[in-house]
Design a binder for this molecule. Structure first.
Ligand code: ADP
Ligand code: MG
Length: 376
């Protein structure tokens, strides 16, 4: 395909923080941007040329995206894959509705990972009562996860016994689930791969991720793992993108097990929270890569310019009276970069922003980041 160049118009489904950072990247490069998001206060609406304030399946809004944009992408996986397939009849859509549909459903996702010859934790597909009325010992203690719409630890129940597993499945309304064996985690890491239509790929340095209450808390880069393990994870991310014939930015989450082996946990068909360090610490950032891939350009270089630690800012760090945290301390730190997403309401657990600390070593960056977080 011929590359799509500025000032072409690009479209995105979703105008939250990921859509917002995409919009800033695209606008900076000289593209025009249309955002579809039903929220009049969507963060991306502050920067987009056009905000279509309508439901994601609104036929008029989708028709306008299809007619006016040279390419369309998404910021989240729970868009209607059929809407994306329909859009693809009118314009270039990256990633494809098919790839998004795989990432939307844990059953499909794990099947694709295994079919690509890549490992997952042992899991059982639970579609019907008969599926869970079997000997479950191979998957216990385990985590029952809904096939659809799980994120940030939601839609998951930890179960120790077969009885608990069956009760949890009933509590979840008997919907399709996977029962996944709980594995001994040494670390969690993620790899973000950009793959273009020319089947060129580039993988960012690995992030080591710490979660709190099921939500990403801190990403440490480069991940503190052996070089061979890091290379293996990057290679697996590439192979998964190849298997899906993926075009766009794909985030792949891994578990590093206590025995040193690596399994894939899940993927996201878009830039990822654990890749926000790239905004400040890499030659090209993950949102620039999203623009490049959808425009048919080769991926930019992914070199890490400095060790970095990214800390998420959830609504919890706001004062109980809604007062702002101590931004003065963060803003005065010369090696810290504050990113706020422009959301009006700070609710507990809501992703409001993040900051990234750059230092000459990972340990220094981590120590300084934790000290800054304490002062907020
Ligand atoms: P989400 O879609 O909410 O991110 P995940 O499947 O990534 O769901 O699970 C959230 C977190 O729960 C993981 O990051 C990990 O810490 C923990 N977890 C999930 N599955 C397992 C497992 N099989 N064994 C041990 N810990 C797990
Ligand atoms: Mg996850």
């Amino acid at each position: 395909m011929a590359a799509i160049l500025p000032p072409a118009r690009l479209g995105i489904l979703g105008g939250g923080q990921l859509g917002c950072m995409f919009t800033v990247a695209a606008k900076t490069m000289g593209y025009r941007v249309t955002v579809l998001d039903p929220d009049p206060a969507a963060p991306a609406a502050r920067f987009a040329d056009t905000h279509l304030c309508a439901p994601y399946n609104d036929p008029v809004a989708l028709a306008e995206l299809g007619a006016s944009c040279a390419a369309v992408t998404t910021e989240f996986e729970n868009v209607n894959a059929d809407a994306m397939r329909e859009l693809a009849r009118h314009t270039r859509v990256c990633p494809s509705g098919d790839a998004v549909a795989v990432a939307q459903n844990r059953i499909e996702e794990k099947a694709w990972i295994n079919r690509a010859g890549l490992p997952t934790a042992p899991y059982l597909v639970v579609d019907t009562l008969a599926d869970i009325n079997v000997d479950l010992s191979a998957w216990l203690p385990g985590i029952l996860k809904t096939a659809r719409l799980g994120y940030d630890g939601k839609g998951q129940v930890r179960v120790a016994t077969a009885q608990e597993a069956r009760a949890a499945w009933a509590d979840l309304g008997g919907q399709p689930c996977v029962l996944e064996k709980r594995v001994d985690l040494a670390l969690e890491i993620s790899a973000i791969v950009t793959r273009t239509s020319a089947a060129q790929t580039a993988v960012f340095p690995l992030a080591e991720n710490r979660h709190a209450n099921g939500i990403l808390d801190v990403s440490i880069v480069p991940a503190r793992v052996e070089a061979t393990l890091a290379a293996a994870a990057q290679d697996m991310a590439r192979r998964l993108a190849d298997a899906l014939d993926y075009v766009g930015v794909l985030a792949v989450e891994f578990f590093v097990l206590e025995d040193g082996s690596l399994v894939i946990n899940e993927m996201a068909p878009r830039p990822h929270n654990s890749g926000h360090f790239t905004l400040d610490a890499c030659l090209t950032d993950q949102f620039q890569q999203q623009v490049r891939a959808m425009c048919g350009l080769l991926p930019g270089r992914t070199d890490l310019l400095s060790p970095a630690v990214m800390v998420n800012l959830l609504g919890d760090v706001w004062r109980d009276d809604g007062g702002e945290p101590r931004w003065d301390v963060l803003m005065e730190a010369p090696n810290a970069h504050l990113h706020l997403y422009g959301k009006a309401q700070a609710r507990p657990g809501r992703k409001m922003g993040h900051f990234t600390v750059l230092a000459s070593s990972v340990d220094d960056a981590l120590e300084q980041a934790m000290a800054l977080k304490e002062t907020l």
